[in-house]
Design a binder for this molecule. Structure first.
Ligand code: BGC
Ligand code: CA
Length: 305
């Protein structure tokens, strides 16, 4: 299967591009620029990239709400933005106030609960104080619950098509965990390792960052520090495919496009030298689109609360 990789939104993030969410209703890609505190909306039909700024140290999640507006994940809170451009945030839930942590990735399950994880503040790109993070859910009554703690860098997550298994990445230990998932109650059990990047593979695979699943339950992972997206079998844990991306800190992935068969990839621009930014990392901070993979995803869930 031949595919192409194209920077569709060039250099739109100056810090850490992240949190891509495809909105089928508007055929737009939402994503964030974490340390700048910006959320972006890129309309794939007009190619217009609009953004909004929030005055927080970090902004890492934007997910549309079924009843209007968006949930925005800032450093320590999950808040509601009424309309694009309104700038007014209403706090729905707060976590880890006063701790040297921040919310990182998040995604809604099939019932529209928002799952989000935290990480220790970065000491340098990809390096954090250990085990300060946790994984939470915000249910549709907006009640926050902690499910897993002692996480280093909470990152990508997704569910199998039957919603019986949830996957969740801790980047620092370079593992994708699997849990049995009870969709009715929104609870996790039976934690095990589904994919282990393994010792000695750091030069090839870097750190597992954001992830998404395709309709065949294969796991697609952005490799931070390795400039690629990889596909793993969620049952055997075997590496199936690798796609090189011309930006070394690839951070997350989301299916998009009219048929949900284009894979959008965000990337990070911060932490490189001026020389790198002018040469090997010139495209870092762009959003890339991979076309022709021969795989497709499911529509992203909105928040139902
Ligand atoms: C975080 C970055 C971190 C990276 C490591 C990202 O999701 O936002 O701050 O460096 O993961 O993989
Ligand atoms: Ca991420």
């Amino acid at each position: 299967m031949s595919y192409t990789v194209e920077p569709v939104i060039k250099n739109s993030c100056s810090s850490i591009g992240e949190g891509p969410h495809w909105d089928a209703a508007s055929q737009s890609l939402f994503y964030v620029d974490i340390k700048r505190g910006d959320v972006h909306k890129w309309n794939s039909l007009t190619k217009e990239d609009s953004k909004m700024h929030f005055d927080y140290p970090t902004v890492s999640i934007i997910v549309p709400c079924a009843e209007g507006g968006y949930v925005i994940g800032t450093t320590h809170s999950l808040s509601h933005l009424e309309t694009w451009g309104s700038e007014k945030l209403t706090v729905w839930a707060e976590m880890e106030q006063g701790m040297p942590t921040q919310i990182n990735d998040g995604k809604c399950d099939a019932r529209g609960r928002l799952w989000s994880g935290t990480m220790g503040k970065e000491l340098s790109p990809g390096i954090v104080a250990p085990e300060l993070g946790a994984l939470y859910s915000l249910d549709t009554k907006r009640i926050l619950k902690k499910h897993v703690d002692k996480i280093n860098i909470s990152n990508g997550m997704d569910w199998t098509s039957d919603n019986k298994t949830m996957f969740f990445i801790d980047s620092t230990v370079r593992k994708v965990y699997a849990f049995d998932y009870d969709l009715e109650s929104g609870s996790l059990s039976n934690q095990r390792t589904a994919v282990d990047f393994g010792e000695g593979t750091e030069p090839q695979l870097g750190l597992p960052d954001g992830m998404t699943m395709d309709t065949e339950n294969k796991i697609w992972i952005a490799c931070y520090n390795a400039g690629k997206v990889v596909c793993f079998d969620s049952e055997t844990g075997k590496l199936l495919r690798e796609v090189k991306i011309p930006a070394s800190r690839t951070t997350s992935v989301a299916w998009g496009g009219a048929n949900l068969d284009d894979l959008y990839v965000t990337s990070c621009r911060h932490g490189f030298s001026e020389e790198q930014l002018q040469t090997t990392e010139a495209l870092s901070g762009s959003v890339f689109k991979i076309t022709g993979l021969g795989a497709k995803g499911r529509q992203a869930n909105n928040f139902q609360g």
